[in-house]
Ligand binder design. Structure first.
Ligand SMILES: [Zn+2]
Length: 304
């Protein structure tokens, strides 16, 4: 079994000129349509970073968008790809320094989650709030101080826990969830946009369910930040096999602009030393219903 460090040396040789790839008929870049991708990293089956039953490959489009292709199917991931599974590989790096730093920041400024909700509250003070990928309801608990909250969560394990806390929860993937158009003032996606099949289709649907002037906020690992530069193929932001797209402030901003949003300059988290990217976008145009909308009207499973 190769160690991640060994593997990087082999991969580096293939960097350089843009090559046409990956093979197959999966089409061009989700953001710009180009087919000129360069190979960034690859992990063979059995590599200590690769939990999947297929080789994993990360590509970078000439527009700067970074993505995993092919994406493993549920069957090719441990425990059917269940994110909340205990079988999912966890980062093994010694992160004591990071843990201490996080603890210090939390003491002085509050938790990352509470800061996110606080910043969001400054942009949209109240209204209907959808937490896409609400997990076990951590952010819902904080956001319910200001908003009428609804959570959406595809994992039955996490959704059950959020329901138990008394929240209204739609147990579904966002793509398949039947949600009324223009029914929310605020859509929050914490660690979601790096998991989706097509960010373009996803954000079109977000646009569709937001009221005019509504706001979306996305938090996602930042590609090219200090942690990536240091760890390269061993960067935790890849969540090898699970994260399908990785963004810079520029590529995510372009996505927002292409799907009817204006990117807010404040609040915004995209500084040189940030490893986590947070962008807010305000709906300025209606881009129409996305193709994959479900026909059933009304919301899904509800609490109580
Ligand atoms: Zn592109």
């Amino acid at each position: 079994m190769k160690r991640p460090g060994d593997f990087e040396k082999t991969v580096l040789k293939s960097r350089g000129p843009l090559i046409s790839g990956p093979a197959g008929d999966e089409g061009g870049c989700d953001l710009c349509g180009s087919r000129s991708f360069s190979l960034l990293h690859t992990w063979e089956v059995g590599d200590s970073w690769n939990p999947a039953a297929i080789p994993l490959t990360i590509w970078k489009c000439e527009c700067g968008l970074v993505f995993l292709r092919p994406v493993p199917t549920r069957d090719q991931l441990p425990d059917q790809g269940e994110w909340w599974s205990t079988k999912r590989k966890r980062p093994r790096r010694n992160m004591w320094f990071k843990r201490i730093r996080t603890r210090m920041i939390r003491r002085t400024l509050g938790s990352t989650a509470s800061r996110l909700v606080r910043d969001t509250h400054k942009v949209v003070p109240s209204g209907r709030y959808l937490d896409v990928g609400c997990g076990t309801g951590t952010l819902l608990t904080l956001a319910s101080r200001f908003y009428q909250c609804v959570g959406l969560e595809p994992s039955p394990i996490a959704a059950a826990e959020a329901l138990q806390k008394g929240f209204e929860v739609i147990e579904s993937s966002f793509e398949e969830a039947p949600i009324e158009p223009q029914s929310f003032d605020m859509v929050l996606m914490d660690s979601v946009i790096e998991h989706v099949q097509s960010p373009l289709a996803f954000l079109k649907k977000v646009n569709h369910i937001l009221r005019p002037g509504g706001v979306v906020v996305m938090k996602t690992p930042k590609f090219g930040g200090p942690a990536y530069r240091r760890h390269k193929s061993g960067w935790n932001g890849f969540r090898h096999g699970y994260h399908t797209f990785l963004y810079t402030g520029e590529t995510l901003g372009r996505y927002l602009q292409q799907t009817g949003f204006e990117v807010l300059t404040r609040p915004r988290r995209d500084r040189l030393f940030d490893d986590i990217l947070i962008l807010w976008g305000r709906k300025v145009a209606d881009v129409g219903a996305p193709l994959k909308l479900s026909r059933n009207a009304g919301l899904g499973r509800q609490a109580r």
